[in-house]
Design a protein around this ligand. Structure first.
Ligand code: MRU
Length: 353
């Protein structure tokens, strides 16, 4: 199993504190909603699918001790807890998707006693975890079919086990290809400012014995010009109905470079990362994070602060024209995305009815 990054254990949500990797592998036991909010906000738990799971467990922790005895006052508590978690991070749709799904679950079982509704919510959070695990395997298999044995791929940020229930999205492709006997080499962009590539992707791939080479973000174009990259695989935080998508800052530059070098650029993401309520990338809320993340490294100042301004958007938007295909747990989605994405969601909606 690639990584055991988030799970439910002994009445608490257990996460790996990703801010300490790779130096320390420390597990945190989160027993209340405030600790979950703090863990999300400070990227102790991070990556879009993991944020969905964290939000679901966080919401359960938020209502576990609710004293409400009627459904309407219980729902007030639930909505308040969900609104609080929504303020933790704005871009990954998975967080909002999971909270809505949990609220819907409560409505579906409103006829039950409050204690049973609480249990149903914990069960729903477990289901979200399990579905994400299964989605990782399915996306991995669908994506692995796109890469030949011996390929070298480039990835940005961390879209691996640490960002999910286990396999991740972009790295699930690598894990499943490796499990099927293919020899895949990964180049990992370091991913400034918080080094998710250098710290996290490199850590989990090396733990799983996958050959990985870390490069600085500004080296990707040179590597492509040397024909060292066969394909790019990245994850996503929010994919719109047109196929424009948000992912870690720097993804857009990689997409443009891949396009210029005629290298396939794949986005691997579960359906929980799609937000078909919006059409274009310009509508995606982009998180801006504290200046210290650029000015300092682990408390030590690395660039001057006096008279120097800083801009720290955590994500950028890549227009759909740069995407060769999306890889989901339901298979590969090809262009034209405004048609194929809508068709997929319409068919899923019809199946549910
Ligand atoms: O700020 P982060 O580390 O949460 O950003 C994560 C990413 O951008 C990932 O690429 C994305 O969430 C996909 S994870 C499968």
């Amino acid at each position: 199993m690639p990584v055991d990054s988030i799970c439910w254990k002994a009445g608490a949500c257990r996460i790996i504190d990703q801010t300490l990797l790779p130096e320390k592998l420390r597990y945190l036991k989160l027993t209340n909603i405030r600790d979950m909010w703090e863990a999300i906000r400070h990227l102790r738990v991070r990556g879009a699918p993991a944020l969905g799971i964290a939000a679901a467990y966080g919401l359960y922790l938020g209502i576990r001790d609710s004293k409400s005895s009627t459904f309407s006052s219980f729902m007030k508590d639930l909505n308040q807890a969900a609104d609080y978690l929504k303020t933790s991070r704005p871009t990954a749709i998975n967080l909002f998707w999971a909270l809505e799904r949990m609220k819907q679950k409560a409505e579906d079982v409103s006829h039950l006693p409050i204690a049973s509704i609480k249990q149903s919510l914990l069960d729903e959070a477990h289901r979200i975890w399990k579905e994400d695990y299964e989605a990782g395997v399915a996306m991995g298999d669908a994506g692995a079919a796109l890469i030949p044995d011996g390929a070298s791929i480039l990835t940005h940020c961390n879209a691996g086990g640490l960002a999910s229930a286990s396999y991740g999205s972009a790295l699930a492709v690598v894990y499943r290809a490796a499990e099927s006997g293919k020899k895949i080499k990964v180049y990992a962009d370091e991913t400034r400012p918080l080094l998710q590539g250098a710290r996290l992707t490199a850590w989990e791939l090396s733990m799983n014995k996958i050959p990985v080479t870390v490069i600085c973000d500004n080296m990707a174009g040179y590597l492509m010009s040397l024909k060292k990259i066969d394909a790019v695989f990245v994850g996503a935080d929010r994919i719109t109905a047109s196929g424009d998508f948000a992912n870690k800052i720097g993804t857009y530059s990689v997409a443009v470079l891949a396009h210029a070098h005629r290298i396939p650029f794949y986005v691997v993401a579960p359906l929980s990362s799609f937000d078909i309520s919006i059409k274009t990338g310009g509508e995606i809320p982009i998180e801006e994070r504290p200046h210290e993340e650029i000015q300092c490294w682990r408390g030590r100042q690395i660039i001057p602060t006096a008279g120097v301004d800083v801009f720290n958007p955590a994500f950028d938007v890549t227009p759909h024209g740069y995407v060769t295909a999306f890889v989901t747990e339901k298979g590969v989605i090809n262009p034209p995305y405004h048609r194929t994405i809508n068709r997929l969601f319409r068919s899923l909606h019809d199946v549910k009815k």
